[in-house]
Design a protein around this ligand. Structure first.
Ligand SMILES: [Zn+2]
Length: 283
């Protein structure tokens, strides 16, 4: 399933596999001035290429190598001649998605394995005819995550670095300390608009980013306190997050409250002292 809408010169594509007449989990791709930011999942790759129609796609930037962000890379490379750009750590996964990123059954079902594509290391600044996008490394959601910032317009394309709401489930491999540091870096940009991986565009996103940072920090403090008292991750999950959400069962425990607690316990020592690094580019 694909829906699109326009935000000024930016075209927003919302992509997701349909089931029982609705799309359950979706990801966004953004087109602006010949640049495509993320390319959805394998199941919607052909739909996206068709929807792009006669819009030129000179460059595709993947915010990270998760399968719901790189799905149409190969088609766009082969059929539209697009260059594929991503963080150097993402390139091996782009080249060999099956070998480097084995997918759980739910991920195969909703998004599928992308075809391999040949990517290049993303430069510090991406230029289109009309815009300049600064590339900012924002690890946490995963190590190879980047965001793009057009400082004249105040556009911040944030991939999965910012996910709205108050998390009650996560994957165990998220690095919470790095996630908070990256969110602090993004909040300091004071962007005019946030274009996240969900497609829910936010105007003046700084307060939402700061609320998210505060929530993640407070949750970490509560988890750490209970951990020091000797509670197990399961007991901490029960106490602070309540019963597991349906998504925990759907993902066979991969995306769960218990894994959220585990992710915190992996990195809790760094959370209170996390100092975000300044981006290498001058913004
Ligand atoms: Zn992701």
């Amino acid at each position: 399933m694909l829906r699109s809408r326009q935000h000024g010169p930016i075209v927003i594509y919302i992509l997701g596999r349909s089931l029982l007449g609705r799309s359950w989990y979706h990801a966004a791709a953004y087109w602006v001035d010949g640049l495509l930011i993320d390319s959805g999942c394998a199941h919607t790759a052909r739909e996206l290429v068709q929807a792009l129609d006669d819009r030129p796609v000179f460059q595709v930037v993947n915010t990270h190598a998760h399968e719901d962000h790189i799905g149409a890379n190969r088609l766009l490379q082969d059929e539209r001649g697009a260059r594929i750009l991503a963080h150097p750590l993402a390139l091996p996964t782009l080249a060999d998605p099956r070998g480097r990123q084995p997918l759980h059954p739910y991920r195969r079902f909703f998004w599928g394995y992308p075809d391999p594509s040949s990517g290049e290391p993303v430069p510090e600044v991406i230029e289109t005819d009309c815009y300049r996008f600064h590339v900012i490394h924002t690890p946490g959601h995963c190590l190879d995550h980047i965001c793009l910032y057009e400082s004249d317009k105040g556009w911040l394309f944030s991939g999965d670095a910012y996910i709205g709401g108050q998390d009650r489930a996560m994957r165990a491999d998220y690095d919470i300390a790095a996630m908070i540091a990256s969110l602090e870096l993004l909040a300091r940009l004071d962007a005019a608009y946030l274009f996240p991986g969900s497609g829910h565009v936010r105007q003046n996103p700084r307060p939402a980013l700061e609320r998210k940072i505060a929530y993640l920090r407070q949750l970490g403090e509560r988890i750490y306190t209970l951990h020091q008292r000797g509670l197990t991750p399961q007991q901490i999950r029960c106490r602070l997050l309540g019963p597991e959400l349906p998504i925990a069962y759907l993902t066979l425990g991969h995306f769960s409250g218990l894994n959220l607690v585990r992710a915190y316990l992996h990195s809790y020592r760094e959370i209170s002292s996390a100092q975000p690094a300044l981006p290498e580019t001058t913004i």
